[in-house]
Design a protein around this ligand. Structure first.
Ligand SMILES: [Zn+2]
Length: 293
């Protein structure tokens, strides 16, 4: 149980509020209901009318009398939107390779206001963050590359281009996993912090010949650099994997978002990396559903 592999499956399986609640219950408490406060197992179910007149499905702990709903502590908490729409929104955002704009969500899910659709997309993106604190460090060969996002002129306009946000990415060759981060600058200390946060000591770091990577030659990492102007690949030394990520991300921005405010760029980067990193998992929907927010 759990996975949904197509929009048809989502629509046909999670077609009522009760079906969504039953599914949330199953994935939040796979071994049976538990009190969110005291952890005990004697739980009563009941229904009550919420402030808006909407029926609420609630639980009450027999031991400590604590009352809570199936959405308590999740990204849907306090939302007046039906879970059916939330489930579909998560599926759409997770499965669309180039991202989904708030405007598309509003239209496809018939959501009353743009603001509500934007808030929904924002909450889902928050749930899609892979917190580096809880993620393992990359090992073996890793590719590191930097680029600029945003600004008026498209494409790669040289380093330090005004009006653009520098972004750095790292990709583990063996697993294909990536992490992406918006930066305030691309000087050596900032890049060193990023690489040390995500790469294991002894990893073989492939980069281009950007001077901010020179410190790698005297570091705890192995370093291989390719010269972009002469050759893109030298043996197995290249940064093609992470460059593919940049081009996908830039096309996604052009296709789905008219412009990304620098303020929200980190969230879009996280969402994008999450989708790439989980594309082979069929329980993507459940991964987001069980994120507490
Ligand atoms: Zn309790």
């Amino acid at each position: 149980m759990g996975s949904a592999k197509s929009i048809f499956q989502v629509v046909s399986r999670f077609n009522t509020e009760d079906a969504c609640i039953a599914h949330l219950e199953r994935i939040r408490w796979p071994k049976g209901l538990r009190c969110l406060r005291c952890g005990k197992k004697r739980i009563m179910r009941f229904q009550a009318e919420g402030k808006t007149g909407k029926e609420r499905h609630l639980y009450e702990c027999v031991d400590c009398r604590y009352q809570y709903s199936v959405t308590a502590g999740t990204i849907f908490h306090d939302s007046h939107l039906p879970l059916v729409k939330w489930f579909l929104a998560i599926y759409l955002i997770c499965s669309a390779k180039k991202g989904v704009s708030a405007l598309q969500l509003q239209r496809e899910l018939e959501i009353g206001s743009y603001k509500t659709a934007w808030y929904m997309a924002h909450r889902i993106r928050l749930a899609m963050r892979d917190d580096p604190q809880f993620c393992r460090k990359f090992a073996g060969i890793v590719e590191v590359d930097e680029t600029y996002i945003g600004g008026s002129r498209p494409g790669r306009c040289g380093r330090g281009a005004a009006n653009k946000v520098p972004v750095v990415g790292i990709k583990e060759r063996a697993s294909g996993k990536v992490r992406l981060q918006a930066m305030s600058n691309l000087r050596a200390p900032a890049l060193a912090r990023f690489i040390r946060l995500h790469a294991k000591k002894g990893a073989e770091v492939h980069t281009d010949e950007f001077a901010s990577y020179n410190w790698l030659n005297r570091s705890e990492f192995k370093h291989e650099a390719v010269n972009h102007t002469k050759t893109y690949v030298r043996g197995n030394v290249h940064v093609n994997g992470i460059e593919t990520v940049w081009s996908l991300f830039k096309r996604g921005i052009a296709g789905a978002f008219h412009h990304v405010s620098p303020k929200y760029l980190p969230l879009y980067l996280d969402e994008f990396a999450f989708r790439l990193n989980h594309r082979n998992h069929d329980n993507l929907l459940d991964a987001v559903l069980t994120t507490t927010g």
